[in-house]
Write a protein that binds this ligand. Structure first.
Ligand code: ZN
Ligand code: ZN
Ligand code: ZN
Length: 374
């Protein structure tokens, strides 16, 4: 089974994104945005070049057409990007100074938002070419730029979620006991691709005591009967991310394992129910955390409740105490509480949720009951 492929984004889609970005930059008091290859550039232009020492830089200055500084040898590729018709390409050949080209486009004393993943060498080159300029993290100054998804983006995230769910339905049928975590992780990666993912970003298989480490990926431990196993997997499909977790048990669980799983499931439900327009991001974290804390496991819920998802699998908004920004229809993020008992086991349950006009909608819909595997 492969997911249906949504229609590609057009130059008009990218033009609208770049116009909005420039408008928001002006609203934030910036002289412009400087975007290096990476997720921001993909989102704004559809162009995804290799990241190298040669400067590629999208320059968005409010009130001016977008310009892309690009190495001459890569200009043909840039010209084929879906957003290229909305851009003026300015190519430069080896031996020329690309920072001087950028400087000529920019206010000498401007303050610019620059994408977080721009290399330091490029930022330093710009700042030497424009000694009076200043720079701020694009994510810090415009954290919500990519956070609210439109209908076409939501369609892609929904397709990615459905493919991740199909992956879970398939993995629960495979053999766990007697196999190494890494083998089950390889099954997950293969299944994600079979269901339409082009990129697999993570395939966590954390069995027994490894489940108590939220960042455990997958290793040589042989899974045994009696193990809880945290599965957390995702990647990109149609350019948009999936990310879901379920915790399964090999054979019959103990009463305590059932109890902890029930607590996490109730916490995940409470977090989901807190999702509605106007609620603060931190309200989602508080709702989920209150359930875990009331059950006596608060000290073992050691991470934030969720993160945004879009053209990357981790981005703003973050569901964390202190994040007071309001939820807006179209935002998409994870709700993923967990309990981690050191040396023993862990449980995490994660769905991607989107904010609707009157609440939330899950993009992952596999059962959140504990699934018993062989
Ligand atoms: Zn057990
Ligand atoms: Zn996850
Ligand atoms: Zn996640």
């Amino acid at each position: 089974m492969t997911a249906r492929t949504p229609a590609p984004f057009t130059a008009d889609d990218y033009r609208a994104r770049m116009e909005r970005a420039a408008r928001e930059a002006a609203g934030a008091g910036l002289a412009g945005l400087l975007v290096a290859p990476g997720p921001d550039l993909v989102w704004l232009t559809g162009y995804e070049p290799a990241v190298t020492e040669r400067l590629t830089l999208l320059v968005l200055v409010p009130g001016r057409d977008p310009e892309l500084i690009v190495p001459a040898l890569e200009a043909p590729d840039a010209a084929r990007a879906a957003g290229a018709p909305a851009l003026a390409l300015r190519d430069w050949t080896d031996g020329k100074d690309p920072y001087a080209i950028a400087a000529a486009l920019l206010a000498p004393d401007g303050r610019f938002g620059i994408s977080d993943n721009a290399w330091a060498m490029h930022l330093l080159g710009l700042s030497h070419a424009l000694p009076g300029s200043a720079y701020a993290s694009l994510t810090e100054v415009l954290p919500m730029l990519r956070a609210v998804k439109d209908a076409a983006e939501l369609e892609r995230l929904t397709a990615a979620g459905a493919a991740a769910d199909a992956t879970f339905e398939a993995i629960r049928e495979v053999r766990f006991s007697g196999r190494r975590e890494a083998e089950v992780a390889a099954d997950l990666a293969r299944l994600l691709r079979e269901h339409g993912h082009t990129t697999v970003d993570f395939t966590i298989v954390a069995s027994g005591p490894n489940g108590a480490n939220p960042h455990h990926e997958a290793g040589d431990r042989v899974i045994d009967r009696g193990d809880m196993v945290v599965l957390d997997f995702g990647g990109l499909l149609g350019g948009y991310g999936s990310d879901t977790s379920r915790t399964v048990h090999v054979g019959e669980p103990t009463d305590e394992e059932r109890r902890v799983h029930d607590v996490v499931r109730a916490a995940q439900e409470a977090g989901f129910r807190a999702v509605r327009p106007g609620a603060a991001c931190q309200d989602v974290d508080r709702a989920a955390r209150a359930v875990v804390t009331d059950a006596g496991y608060g000290a073992y819920f050691i991470h934030r409740t969720g993160h945004g998802i879009g053209v990357t699998t981790h981005e703003p908004p973050y569901m964390i105490e202190g994040e007071e920004r309001p939820l807006v229809p179209g935002m998409c993020f994870s709700v993923e509480p967990g309990v981690y008992l050191p040396g023993r086991f862990g449980v995490r349950i994660e769905d991607i949720v989107t904010v609707t006009e009157d609440g939330g909608r899950r993009l992952n819909t596999t059962t959140r009951e504990m699934v018993m595997v062989d």
